[in-house]
Design a protein around this ligand. Structure first.
Ligand code: UD1
Length: 359
């Protein structure tokens, strides 16, 4: 079976790695091709993840880079089509909800290639999020849909997708976390030293809804400055956010509110494990903190990952209430809860089994 995997942006890498590694265990059955669209291209947004996740070098890099949604999506489509026609895989595997996921699914479906979507069915029901549009379209078109949680399966069924196209397999990103947690832990002493850490709040924010509007971003940064009076704050900054913060006229307590370059997978995981609290708007971080049992505040009005609220450690908060919510969370430790179903480190095995047995 010839399988062409697509990755494009940072959150894709930890999802494709376990699937590729599982297929490598069956070398006589699978021929694998890895296509990187180049949506993310900075070393610390892309290459470092290939190294740490032990991903093979991409066979093809489409080098699309940044642009408006239309430009980026169109560029991926234009450049992906000839690659697909040249390689003619039995399956195209796409993951997550980024523009590259949508673009390659559209191209493959129209040319009649089978598409498997890993991390299907998640819905925020908020169509102002670009990722929600990407999820809706990708799931309508893909032939085989792998859901990380039962809510995902229910969403797909409600949208009229037939049950025989859906497999509930669990969360593939947790496979990577489970595999690399010991390695991440070994980074901790050096990180603690480097950033001078004791008790701290870890922050990651990059959603357009939080960082594109200067007054919202200023409100968030002031909230973080307030939190930093109580506990040190570490904020590895996504390039998108960095540009926006630079444009604000704020005086921030640089010694207590530490803004760093985006961190590698292992470093960020180690910082999550040891954080007293995480503040985020990322999808993956909501899931990782749930798995790790670390309290998480998500600065969004909704989430496509409700299982992190019901079973997990996540809470949605308004940006205006960030520091009050953080104080509350730090004073009220969470009770121990069970992990979401099938977040067990064996999702990729179930994905590959399903592909092998697909008729
Ligand atoms: C993308 C995904 C988002 C995911 C995020 C994780 C979409 C619609 N969004 O958002 O779901 O959570 O990745 O990081 O696909 N930039 C760089 N270097 C890079 C990449 C980006 O400097 O390597 C800067 C550019 O200024 C670019 C901006 O970041 O314009 C945004 O990048 P883009 O790929 O458009 O979306 P993200 O915000 O990264």
């Amino acid at each position: 079976m010839k399988v062409l995997h697509v990755v494009g942006a940072r959150p894709n890498f930890m999802k494709i790695a376990p699937v590729m590694q599982e297929m490598m265990h069956h070398p006589t059955e699978f021929e694998q091709i890895l296509v990187h669209t180049g949506q993310h291209y900075d070393t610390n947004m892309s290459q470092v993840f290939f190294d740490e996740l032990e991903l093979p070098r991409p066979d093809v890099n489409l080098e699309v880079g940044s642009g408006s949604h239309a430009v980026q999506t169109a560029q991926v489509m234009l450049r992906f089509e000839p690659v697909l026609l040249e390689n003619r895989p039995d399956w195209v595997v796409v993951v997550g909800d980024v523009n590259s996921t949508l673009a390659c699914t559209l191209v493959a479906s129209k040319l009649g290639f089978k598409v498997a979507h890993v991390e299907a069915g998640l819905r925020s029901f908020d169509r102002t999020m670009p990722e929600e549009i990407n999820r809706l379209v990708t799931d309508q078109l893909a032939n085989l849909l792998f859901t990380p949680s039962q809510d995902g399966t229910e969403n797909l069924l409600r949208e009229g997708i037939s049950a025989d196209r859906i497999r509930f397999v669990g969360n593939v990103m947790i496979d990577t976390l489970v595999r690399l947690l010991p390695k991440a832990e070994s980074r901790w002493p050096e990180l603690r030293e480097r950033f001078g850490l004791d008790r701290y709040v870890l922050v990651t924010l990059h959603r357009p809804s939080n960082v594109d509007d200067p007054s919202t971003l200023a409100e968030i940064m002031n909230g973080l400055a307030k939190i930093s009076r109580q506990l040190q704050v570490v904020f590895p900054v996504h390039p998108r956010t960095l540009g926006r913060i630079a444009g604000l006229d704020l005086s921030l307590p640089a010694d207590r509110l530490l803004l760093t370059e985006p961190l590698s997978y292992l470093d960020f995981l180690a910082l999550q494990v040891h954080a007293s609290l995480v503040v985020t708007d990322s999808g993956g971080v909501q899931e990782e903190t749930t798995y790790l049992g670390v309290p998480c505040l998500t600065a969004r009005p909704n989430t496509e990952r409700p299982v992190t609220l019901t079973t997990g450690t996540n809470r949605l908060v308004a940006t205006q209430a960030l520091s009050a919510e953080a104080t509350w969370a730090l004073d009220n430790p969470l009770p121990k809860r069970p992990l979401p179903e099938l977040w067990d480190g064996m999702t990729a095995r179930r994905v590959v089994l399903a592909l092998r047995s697909w008729q």
